[in-house]
Design a protein around this ligand. Structure first.
Ligand code: GLN
Length: 552
């Protein structure tokens, strides 16, 4: 039997519900249970794929090519369970499914309503894969009381009623604000939030209370009494130095015990948390620090590069060092000499991105790293910019550029190009035995090469050594690709096309021989890194940075 934990939030947004869900997943796994985590997002976009990173943070891509919320990334990092398309849904997707069914006449002429048609669609989503795992953890995005969220709350209420008793619990994450004037943590917003939940028919079983300070017993008792939960189900969630302390802290605060007892499970195994303790210890007792310059476009908002930040941390965990990331707006290098900004960095990383803004700055940064022999990691757009730099400087293609920038400015199609397309628009490729084709007028959200694709690594290359394998599989999210046309000219200058798609058509990795560490990848390795299993490219990149730091 699959047991369901519904995770909701109250009082304010950004309380870290996703982290709570992910940590609970890790704790249940450490007791020998299998878990799956799901996110139900109330916004009306069909998926976050076309949302600006400033709006929604990073888009996290799954193996099966779904563009999802960054919380899915937390789920994967904490549990190691690869998420699927069926683990993430939005109101937009739900409504779009319902309306498609209506157009197909599947409702037999009935009037379509939120209850039951929309709520049924939501319940179908929750129910998919029932019986496959011990625990299904479903997080509802947003805050209780949001208009968009109501159908989701109604659906989980109905779902818990329809199931046999004892099979669903509700966990509510709230905030206890600290008021300095009276030196107290205030429980009233939590009481109101629970009242709001109960008015729509949901009584929380567990309250996870975020607070800046430890919660005194008096306040815990008060919350238990006023919110009608058991005393040991009021869980304190203090601010943490590292998010990877969360599983252990939550265990110490009694979260997994509270969940087990809310389900009435007897004789659960004790959790085995040694690996998480080891991670926490490596972070706390780091033996040095490396400085990584990250040259990007959305640097004002770290959430836009969430998985990069985490993967760098994982590389630090693998090397037992702290990673100090310095975020630099690429555009600055279009006006200023990069030297004072990049000098003193132990390594440089250019992450993925879209659009021309800042591209010339990124090209300069890649050139700086190549020239000064500073470890360099270019990811997706970062690799494309590095190849453009090398095509310009080494091969002499002065106007080398990406078709992306010509398309964006309306050049290219029929009109004059500004750039020689060293990076070109990909509209046909193989996915296994299947030919995928993109027509120029296809919907924006559906025009990318998305999800997991294999690559073959050149024998004796640096990346083959790092992966310890000749065949890899990594996640993609891009429309443009490095053109093979320039390969031999670049290779005569020491550039190695060390990873290729199995049909040999698409460059997946380029590296430079004779450089301490210069690797560009067309995929997103950061999406497959976790603290318990740091991605080999990030571990080795940080190792190279450590070495560089010692050389300086
Ligand atoms: N904009 C580039 C492309 O579409 C790179 C995308 C990315 O970095 N994810 O190919």
């Amino acid at each position: 039997m699959t047991r369901y934990v519904f995770i909701t939030g109250g009082v304010v947004s950004s309380l870290g519900k996703g982290l709570t869900a992910a940590s609970l997943g890790a704790l249940l796994q450490s007791r020998g249970y299998t878990v799956r985590l799901r996110k139900l997002d109330p916004y009306l976009n069909v998926d976050p794929g076309t949302m600006s990173p400033f709006e929604h943070g990073e888009v996290f891509v799954t193996d099966d090519g779904a563009e999802t919320d960054l919380d899915i990334g937390h789920y994967e990092r904490f549990t190691g369970v690869a998420a699927k398309r069926s683990d993430c849904v939005s109101s937009g997707r739900i409504y779009s499914n319902v309306l498609e069914k209506e157009r197909r006449g599947e409702f037999l002429g009935k009037t379509i309503q939120v209850i039951p048609h929309v709520t049924n669609e939501i319940k179908d989503f929750i129910r998919a894969g029932d019986g496959e795992v011990d625990f299904m953890l479903c997080e509802i995005g947003g805050t209780v009381g949001d208009i968009e969220g109501l159908p989701f709350f109604e659906a989980i209420r109905q779902f818990s009623r329809e199931r046999e008793p004892g099979c669903c619990i509700f966990l509510h994450v709230t905030l206890l604000p600290y008021i300095e004037a009276c030196n107290e943590l205030k429980t009233k917003p939590t009481q109101h939030s629970v009242k709001e939940l109960r008015s729509i028919g949901i009584s929380p079983d567990i309250l996870v209370c975020r607070s800046e300070r430890p919660i005194p017993q008096k306040e815990r008792d008060k919350i238990a009494l006023f919110c009608n939960v058991r005393g040991d189900s009021v869980i304190s969630a203090p601010n943490l130095k590292s998010i990877y302390d969360a599983p252990i802290t939550y265990h110490e605060e009694g979260l997994d015990d509270a969940v087990i007892s809310a389900f009435g499970i007897k004789g659960a195994k004790a959790p085995r948390l040694s690996k998480w303790r080891e991670v926490a210890d490596r972070i706390k007792n780091a033996e040095g620090e490396v400085r990584i310059a990250v040259v990007g476009k959305y640097t004002g908002l770290e959430d836009a590069y969430k998985s990069i930040v985490e993967a760098l941390t994982h590389g630090g965990i693998a090397n037992k060092v702290k990673v100090n990331a310095k975020w630099i707006e690429a555009e600055i290098f279009e006006r200023e000499d990069p030297t004072p900004w990049l000098d003193g960095s132990d390594a440089i990383l250019i992450p993925g991105g879209f659009g021309e803004r800042g591209s010339e700055g990124k090209i300069k940064a890649a050139g700086f790293a190549r020239d000064r022999k500073i470890p360099f990691f270019g990811i997706c757009l970062g690799m494309q910019m590095a190849v453009i730099e090398m095509a310009r400087t080494l091969v002499g293609v002065d106007n080398a550029g990406s078709e992306e920038f010509d398309h964006e400015s309306g050049n290219g199609a029929g009109t004059e190009r500004r750039f020689e397309p060293v990076v070109y628009h990909l509209n046909k490729w193989m996915q296994g035995d299947r030919l995928i084709e993109r027509k120029p007028d296809c919907e924006r959200g559906a025009s990318m090469r998305l999800g997991e694709y294999p690559a073959l690594l050149a024998e004796g290359s640096r990346v083959a050594g790092i992966y310890g394998s000749g065949r890899i599989s990594e996640r993609h999210r891009h429309r443009y690709e490095v053109a093979l046309e320039y390969r031999s000219r670049l290779e005569s200058h020491g550039v190695v096309f060390s990873g290729m798609s199995p049909d040999g058509e698409l460059p997946e990795i380029v590296e430079i021989s004779g450089h301490p560490w210069f690797i560009g990848v067309q995929f997103h390795p950061e999406l497959k890194s976790s603290p318990l299993n740091p991605h080999p490219l990030f571990s080795d990149f940080i190792r190279a940075a450590v070495q560089q730091a010692r050389l300086i």
